[in-house]
Design a protein around this ligand. Structure first.
Ligand code: PHE
Length: 447
């Protein structure tokens, strides 16, 4: 029997599903593919894989461990564990920067979720049928240049998030993740099959897996690490919050491995589905954030049963985005609930409206307000860059350093169920490899 008193996941499986639901989202399909394209392909992919394994795994485990021990929201959990260990209360800042990152990320995440919703509708109306690359590009360009339309879809997406979070339908989500995630995966495999028929599959594989090391610089490495944090939902307090509902019988390292493998496989498969279509149609892989929205509809518009497949794809993508967005709103709501007299529903509404308002600035970056506001970046790029390159690495660094250096070493080994070589490996990566990796990448990326 567990000694823990507060709510817990209904089963180990439920926890894995929820964590996977948070991890697998737009980051795996939309963001991964455009980052690969922007950063020149395979060199980025390989650095990303290294970051996920060497930095992502210890940080994911550290965040869960903090949550499970603290049994509270990220800020209070950090504050309490620090106090217990006689450490400065400033450790609480790790929790704060996580919640701030969640707030900022959701504002632009919802805009992209809105694109996905809009494309779900366009798939059924047959807008993509028989279109060539120019036609599809014009549809996307039309969406981006229309602030009213972007606002409508961004609002619709946020409304769905609020509806789900306010109702707290955890149970429903669990079962939905269980069926819809595999469905998304199968559809991606189908698209890889389609990619093989384009005659450009080999070119796509070479682009993704045969590195041109000359393309590698500090910026690419920082981008790859940012992507590793983003895609695993690290550095946002989310995994800490999820860990606080975790029973003592769950094996953290084994579970982290499962979640990371699932998440990474989805991203790689998505890349193998998208790049053959990019090359077959003479599109540029460096298209930017619009990449999947100008490539996949081309395939859907020109393949047998493309209307149904397109509809299913964008529906499932929207769903994957929703399960991630929910996990992003949760820490913000939790914080408001605790620090203000607001009820859960009121806290959900207030934080969602704030996120939504910031999202408006992000969506205007694609049309009327596409101007540099800071460091030569528009609001959308600024939000993405500031969170993935600064806030997430710093929060994740704080979490892993705290677990590795401030908690009692023997009790951590016991909790992780490791000893001997496994324990040495764990300490080496949590104490040195992961933190030093984050710091080096962080600094080289900034200079
Ligand atoms: N991991 C999610 C994705 O890949 C995005 C996300 C980031 C979700 C941060 C929650 C927190 O799309």
């Amino acid at each position: 029997m567990s000694k823990l008193s507060h709510a817990q996941w209904s089963s180990k499986m439920a926890f894995i599903l929820a964590a996977t639901g948070s991890a697998v989202g737009l980051g795996n399909i939309w963001r991964f593919s455009y980052m690969v394209g922007d950063s020149g392909g395979a060199a980025f992919v390989l650095v990303y894989l290294i970051c996920v394994a060497v930095i992502g795994l210890p940080i994911l485990v550290a965040e869960w461990l903090i949550g499970r021990r603290g049994q509270k929201n990220p800020i209070n959990a950090m504050a309490e564990l620090a106090r217990e260990r006689g450490q400065p209360g400033a450790w609480m800042l790790v929790g704060f920067s996580g919640v701030l990152a969640a707030f900022l990320i959701l504002s632009f995440y919802s805009v992209i979720g809105g694109w996905s919703l809009s494309y779900t509708l366009s798939s059924v109306t047959g807008a993509f049928s028989g279109q060539d690359a120019d036609g599809i590009g014009a549809i996307f360009g039309g969406l981006l240049s229309n602030p009213g339309l972007l606002l409508l879809w961004h609002t619709a997406f946020m409304a769905l998030v609020v509806w789900i979070v306010a109702r707290g339908v955890t149970k429903g989500l669990e079962s939905a993740v269980r069926t819809l995630m595999p469905a998304l995966f199968i559809l991606l495999l189908l698209l890889v099959g389609y990619g093989m028929t384009t005659g450009h599959f080999g070119e796509a594989l070479a682009f993704m897996f045969s590195p041109d090391w000359s393309a590698l610089d500090g910026g690419v490495v920082l981008a790859a690490m940012g992507q590793a944090f983003f895609t695993l939902s690290l550095g946002m307090g989310i995994m800490m919050a999820y860990g606080s509902y975790l029973g003592e019988d769950v094996n953290l390292i084994g579970t982290a491995r499962t979640v990371i493998i699932l998440d990474t496989v989805v991203a790689l498969i998505a890349g193998m589905a998208i790049f053959p279509i990019v090359f077959a149609n003479g599109l540029s892989p460096g298209e930017g954030p619009g990449l999947i929205f100008v490539t996949l509809p081309l395939a859907f518009g020109n393949m047998g049963g493309g209307m149904i497949i397109g509809l299913m794809f964008f529906l499932l993508l929207t769903f994957a985005a929703l399960t991630s967005a929910i996990s992003l709103l949760e820490p913000v709501v939790e914080l408001m609930e605790e620090r203000t007299p607001l009820s859960r529903v009121a806290a959900t509404l207030v934080s969602a409206v704030a996120v939504w308002a910031l999202g408006i600035a992000a969506l205007l970056s694609f049309n009327v307000w596409d101007v540099p506001v800071l460091f030569g970046l528009n609001v959308f790029d600024l939000l993405d860059t500031f969170t993935s390159k600064i806030l997430l690495p710093l929060t994740g660094l704080g979490a892993v350093v705290f677990v590795a250096w401030c908690l009692d070493r023997t009790s951590v080994e016991k909790e992780l169920g490791i000893g001997g070589t496994a324990a040495t490996l764990w300490h080496a990566s949590a104490r040195f490899i992961a933190p030093v990796g984050v710091v080096i990448v962080f600094i080289t990326g900034l200079i």
